[in-house]
Design a binder for this molecule. Structure first.
Ligand code: IYR
Length: 220
């Protein structure tokens, strides 16, 4: 099949042994990623964040619509406003909106309604999903928006890790307050809030174990 708008796919491949080696190395690299909740206030160059977002935006998406907007907040006053609003929602979450089972599941992580990282981390990347596009001709459909934006966030997290930085996948739900603070158009809904930066010098992470292959994969 040859379509007029198509170009050859050109990329090198690897011999089987090298392929396995590369697959193992990439797994080990990704396995070293940890979600970190304690950030240093050390600045990170905007140019780095720009590359991380380009990496995220290279993700596949339904009909190649790239239905996402990455809002990047470095401004201290805006971070303060976001922290204030997020903590208000989280206080309600921890004080009744979350079930007992949920609170029990979270106990090992030591989280609570305090979110200092929202001010300490040099950058907050707030990912918005675009349920539709607003064009000059009006509304245009997007497809598989949750899947597409989820994949883009995965790309973003691996890019952050690869750059030697840390991130936290944060969802201070409901997140509607982010539409107001960041003045987003009606077609954009908040998806994920990701503080990015260096870990605090004495940052700690929970001693969790990941499931083994036999627990997550079934071969037929
Ligand atoms: N959004 C809350 C609660 C929370 C929920 C889950 I699921 C987590 O894995 C971690 C936290 C908070 O950020 O504290």
């Amino acid at each position: 099949m040859s379509l007029a708008n198509h170009i050859p796919y050109v990329r090198s491949t690897y011999a089987p042994a090298e392929m396995l080696e590369r697959a193992q190395q990439y797994y080990q690299q990704l396995d070293a990623r940890r979600t970190v909740r304690e950030f240093a206030d050390t600045p990170v160059a905007k140019a780095v964040i720009e590359q991380l977002i380009l990496a995220a935006s290279s993700a596949p998406s339904g009909a190649h619509k790239q239905p996402w907007t990455f809002c990047v907040v470095g401004d201290a006053e805006m971070k303060r406003k976001i922290r204030e609003a997020a903590e208000e929602e989280e206080r309600r979450n921890y004080a009744g909106r979350m079930s007992d089972e949920w609170l029990q599941d979270l106990a090992q992580f030591g989280t609570d309604a305090n979110k200092p990282f929202l001010e300490v981390a040099p950058w907050l990347i707030i990912v918005f999903r675009k349920s539709y596009d607003l064009t000059e001709e009006g509304k245009r459909n997007n497809y598989y928006v949750q899947e597409s934006v989820g994949i883009a966030c995965g790309f973003l997290l691996t890019a952050i890790h690869q750059a030697g930085l840390v991130a936290l996948t944060h969802t201070p739900s409901p997140m509607n307050f982010l539409c107001d603070i960041l003045q987003r158009p009606a077609n954009e809904k908040p998806f994920l809030l990701i503080p990015v930066g260096y870990p605090a010098p004495n940052a700690q992470v929970p001693d969790i174990k990941r499931k083994g292959l036999e627990d997550v994969a079934v071969f037929y």
